[in-house]
Design a protein around this ligand. Structure first.
Ligand code: ZN
Ligand code: ZN
Ligand code: FE
Length: 791
């Protein structure tokens, strides 16, 4: 039997594999780097070495996995080839270096213990979707884990969400209360087994169990367990009920995705606006029936990270319209835990699977809290006793230009570190922005971006931020020496940072929002040169006290100048402008037409008068109010909102970015003449003025040009003016690198067309992939800027 006790490769000659002068024998060291920890890599190496009849050992430390393999030359070669080709699905090999060594004396192949002095930042693996081997066992009636909803192995299962402390070992996870049965223990200690040191290993004899509760109108009543619980919950869903389901990183609310009335009811109970609900499909076939799926999209869906992937909805799809009202995209995922597989199999159809929360509150992840908060919202609750220690929402990915881009980086991704080219001199903590917040810990060349924490508008969200931060600081044994936050004085995260820094006597650097976007993009791409940063989003506090968002910066992580920006207009209605796009349409029409504006004959103006009254316009535009009360903004997001309101959105209210997103979806596929946007010099800076565009757009509206064509002309106009301003700055400042960041780059057309245009002009274009382009990536930029500015 192979054993695992520590033994140096060159000690204790073993009779069977004594060193020999045989020329056909070879000894190599293989050094593997990449994502090779916590994904079942060492047991994989062990099995492979045994298959190839090799002697040697495998161990890992912070530098990666090291394999010593000795045996017949052709077998060693085959082994190295198989290492690369057959690696576990969750592993990602960045480099594999083979070094020949003198022959040594080995016993049988061994797994040596990990070196524990390593870096805590790399020791917590992300949660992994159910692997193919475990799925096969679950579906095999003769297997002892047949239909067991908590099946896992070293290649799959919960990690980050169940770890309380390091080292990653069962007693320090939420599996601690479950004592392994003999059969599970035998697997756990056997290096030849797929479950060798799989910390959450479990089976029906010894592991977690399911139970079903039913809401009686006054209390939750326990009604069924295990397979009966699954049967009952699927019946409840099939008959139009809403179920609370405990998942991997939190609770979902689930219902039939094809039943419009239950989806509407879910929206009503959850007090949710028109934001799309995510879907979980039972099979590839069901998914392809409703969505167009490219090869890259399928790869992302089926990957061990198993994110929500945004897919184009097929016209023939019978998914309820209320799942994603007016939206051409559907957020789809595949079942990623054994529990989800069983549930979806039983229901036999796609389910809405949306985070269990009320409107903007954080996701529920503790059983008692979930049952209390979701009482009366869910009809039944499927819960279990493997506690979720740390929440993690589903991650969201969209493929643009053939590349998967992470919009929301959470379950399956966190807490995998991002490697930065320029090391942090001091351990740095960035508190993140206000919306779609994350925080970031930086140490040496590693940046840990937290899971998605949501909008910091309510006390529950702020508490979730505090809680996650406390957990990270303890788990990773962080010793913070420097902190960063946003420049905005009133952000909840700014106040958290101020309090924390005072208490811990740590210096705090305030970072401008769009500078952080630029720095995040440079850091993700390992770039340190001066660049042009196109930082386009909805809102960020500017150094001049106005609200920025259409920014062309020049600089690096250390410093920036505002080289150009979108023309500034009053943000009519202040904070209401983001929710009510018609307000920005009025602002821009007024900027373009002045006092003639109220007399224009336009469908939007008619709608405003009809829906809101003549006074609404007059009040907004009264000269005194106009100049004094409303903040001024250069926001690109609000410009997209304005155009959407004019062309099709009318006076409806939106969730942030919804109108802009629908505008992209409406765009005609055929190229059109771009709208004219002007670039005018204003002191040191260039102003991008859409005034001529609005005049042309209004003329188009009067000629009843379809919204699809207007949207296309608008998008092309924006791409054109941004590419032109980059050309101007290249000539004047000699810069050849452009970094694209900010939430507007979730717009796939804007992103891909701008990349194409700029590259055709010889620019080096940097975009986001693993770090969100939106505010989920801002904390990384804050950390990098603070670090550079204090070097
Ligand atoms: Zn597995
Ligand atoms: Zn067991
Ligand atoms: Fe932003």
């Amino acid at each position: 039997m192979p054993t695992t006790e520590q033994r140096k490769p060159d000690s204790e000659p073993a009779p069977g594999h004594a060193a020999s002068q045989d020329a056909s024998l070879q000894h190599v060291q293989v050094h593997v780097t990449g994502t090779v920890q916590g994904v079942g890599f060492r047991p994989f190496v062990f099995r492979l070495a045994c298959q190839h009849g090799l002697a040697g050992a495998v161990h890992n430390n912070t530098q990666g996995v090291f394999v010593h393999a000795q045996g017949a030359e052709e077998r060693v070669r085959a082994f190295v080839r198989a290492l690369r080709e057959q690696a576990p699905p969750a592993a990602r090999i960045d480099a594999l270096r083979v070094t020949p060594l003198p022959l040594a004396s080995f016993g049988e192949f061994r797994i040596l213990p990990s070196e524990v002095q390593g870096d805590t930042f790399t020791q917590v693996p992300a949660d992994l979707a159910l692997c193919a081997d475990c799925r096969r066992e679950m579906e095999d009636a003769r297997d002892r884990r047949f239909r067991y909803p908590f099946t896992n192995c070293t290649a799959c299962g919960p990690r980050f969400t169940i770890i309380r402390a390091l080292p990653y070992d069962r007693p320090l996870t939420t599996m601690q209360p479950f004592a392994m049965c003999d059969a599970c223990r035998a697997e756990y200690v056997n290096p030849a087994d797929r479950r060798f040191h799989a910390q959450p290993v479990a089976c029906p004899q010894c592991g977690p169990t399911l139970r079903l509760l039913r809401w009686t109108g006054e209390a939750w009543r326990d009604t069924a367990r295990d397979n009966d619980a699954l049967a009952e919950v699927s019946v409840a869903i099939q008959s139009g009920g809403i179920a609370l389901v405990q998942g991997l990183g939190g609770f979902h609310l689930a219902c039939d995705a094809y039943d419009d009335s239950v989806v509407r009811e879910l929206r009503r109970r959850k007090r949710r606006d028109e934001r799309p609900f995510a879907l979980m499909f039972p099979s590839e076939a069901a998914l392809r029936e409703s969505c167009d799926v490219s090869a890259e999209e399928w790869e992302a869906l089926a990957s061990p990270r198993a994110p929500i992937v945004l897919l184009r909805r097929r016209a023939s799809s019978t998914i309820a319209a209320s799942v994603a009202p007016g939206n051409p995209l559907l957020g789809a995922m595949l079942p990623y835990t054994p529990l989800h597989v069983l549930l979806l199999d039983r229901c036999g159809r796609a389910l809405v699977m949306t985070s269990a929360n009320l409107s903007d509150e954080p996701i529920c992840y503790e059983v008692e809290d979930a049952l209390a908060r979701m009482a009366g919202i869910a009809d039944v609750a499927l819960v279990h006793d493997r506690a979720i220690h740390m929440f993690a929402d589903d991650s969201v990915v969209r493929v643009a230009g053939g590349v998967p881009r992470v919009w929301r980086r959470s379950r399956g991704y966190v807490p995998q570190p991002i490697h930065v080219a320029r090391p942090f001199r001091r351990q740095t903590l960035a508190f993140g922005p206000q919306l779609k917040s994350t925080f970031c810990l930086g140490k040496r060349n590693l940046a840990l971006l937290s899971q998605h924490l949501g909008d910091m508008d309510g006390e529950l969200a702020v508490e979730a931020h505090r809680r996650a931060l406390r957990h990270y600081l303890r788990l990773f044994d962080a010793r913070i020496e420097l902190a960063a936050c946003d420049l905005h004085p009133d952000y909840a995260t700014t106040r958290l940072a101020e309090t924390w820094c005072e208490k811990h006597e740590v210096p705090l650097v305030r970072v401008q929002h769009h500078h952080a976007h630029l720095a995040a993009c440079l850091a993700e791409n390992g770039a340190s040169e001066q660049a042009i940063g196109l930082c386009l989003d909805g809102t960020g506090f500017g150094t001049d006290g106005t609200i920025w968002g259409g920014e062309v910066l020049i600089g690096d992580a250390r410093a920036f100048t505002r080289a150009a920006h979108l023309q500034v207009v009053p943000m009519l209605g202040g904070k209401h402008a983001a929710r009510e796009p018609w307000r920005m349409a009025v602002a821009w029409l007024h900027a373009a037409f002045g006092d003639e504006m109220p007399a224009l004959s336009l469908p939007l103006l008619d709608r405003i008068r009809k829906d809101l009254g003549e006074d609404a316009l007059q009040t907004l535009l009264s000269p005194g109010l106009h100049a004094r009360v409303f903040p001024r903004t250069s926001s690109m997001g609000r410009l997209f909102d304005a155009v959407a309101a004019l062309t099709f959105f009318g006076t409806r209210s939106q969730h942030e970015g919804q109108a802009a997103m629908l505008l992209e979806g409406k765009m005609s596929a055929a190229p059109e003449e771009p709208y004219p946007l002007e670039i005018v010099q204003h002191g040191e800076a260039w102003i991008l003025s859409p005034i001529p565009m609005f005049r042309a757009l209004v003329a188009d509206l009067r000629r009843r040009v379809p919204a699809a064509s207007i949207s296309r002309r608008f998008h092309e106009g924006i791409v054109g003016v941004l590419a032109r301003v980059c050309g101007i700055l290249r000539d004047s400042a000699g810069l050849h690198t452009v970094a694209l960041s900010g939430g507007c780059f979730q717009n796939a057309f804007l992103l891909t067309e701008l990349v194409r245009d700029l590259e055709s002009k010889g620019f080096r274009v940097l975009t986001h992939r693993d770090v969100p382009a939106g505010d989920g990536g801002v904390a990384l930029g804050q950390a990098v800027v603070a670090s550079m500015q204090t070097e």
